[in-house]
Design a protein around this ligand. Sequence first.
Ligand code: HGY
Ligand code: MN
Ligand code: MN
Length: 413
Amino acid sequence: MDNKNLRIKGARLKSTLEDMAKIGATPGGGVQRLALSDEDKEARDLFVSWLKEIDCEVTVDEMGNIFGKRPGKNNDLEPVMSGSHIDSQPKGGRFDGILGVMGPLEVLRTLHENNVKTERPIIIVDWTNEEGSRFAPAMIASGVWAGALERDWAYERTDINGKKQGEELERIGYKGPVPAKQWPVHAYYEYHIEQGPMLEKEGKEIGAPKGILCLHWYDIYLEGEANQVGPTPMEGRHDALCSAAEMILKVNEVPEKMKGNMVATVGEIQNYPNSRNIIPDGVHFTVDIRSWDDDQALRAWDSLKADFQEIADRRGTPIRMEETWRVEHAPFNEKLVKRVLESADELGYSSLHMVSGAGHDASYMNQICPTAMIFVPSIGGRSHVEVENTTWEDCEKGTNVLLHCILKSANER
Ligand code: HGY
Ligand code: MN
Ligand code: MN
């Protein structure tokens, strides 16, 4: 069969995704597969078993990244890679990340059953802990693999219960022997739901992001003075939660202050001792700033630092600000982005050239090799929620685009 007429099996992709959605399924119809949890392990084990079914060579590196390699005619040539992540947000969706691992698996299954031989080897990958929800920061394992983050620093990252990432990797049996070190890659494609409203709003089937925004993460710690809420006069209180409240609104206001086209969010907060009749004396909250313009994001942080210090001083609640993690904005490889648009066109799908506001492992892969992404619509633009949804038809279309992008790259010199 002429490769041009090759198509993936939508029904098989659907059942694969449905099997994965059963692992960590939540009552509200989503999934909870936090990085390095038992649910993550169960899904990893299933993915590895599926890779072996199609004779892929499976390796696990010291960050738990799982690679499935399909040899090419010439294995000295740099491979084509595609992948994403199996871990999810707490109460996350059934498509974020997993579609970008099961999609490439469906591509390899299609090549396998049609006995299609490509010039180059193809490697698909599950990147550990892309979400950064349990262990901050996000994309940590692709960051180590790409040489942007240190392995031992990543191992020491702890979750809210003090569990270390390195120990949890060991516990689930995915602290592999292979160094988490990059190798030369010919092309990397990441397939993902859009996680936003654009494709649905524009009525387009396939998204071809020109790149990903920068992501800057900060952690803020406030110290107040606890006391009994009843007898303590309002005057002279050092209420850490009131300081946090003022600061959180400053975060919400900073994009407008910086003339827009950026986002800033406080998504996580802990309040101590968190008792209704004690004035809070400890607060931790996170700040997430994103923009296509890294300098604008940095200016936003400078503005927030000044505001935070003024509030902390005025309210007598000492502050500690940690600059936890930054990844630059990622302008993708124009040739590969064009390939995504052309492949969609050849398949008869409408497409949209856009930007990704969501972070992906592609941000790091883009630092070391030609990279592009393929998006499919998110119904209602919703993601990181249990109602996250994409039609099976769109999943099939996106995977067909992925199939043909991989084929073209894997057969070019
Ligand atoms: O934060 C993100 O955009 C991704 O889900 N890690
Ligand atoms: Mn994702
Ligand atoms: Mn996500």
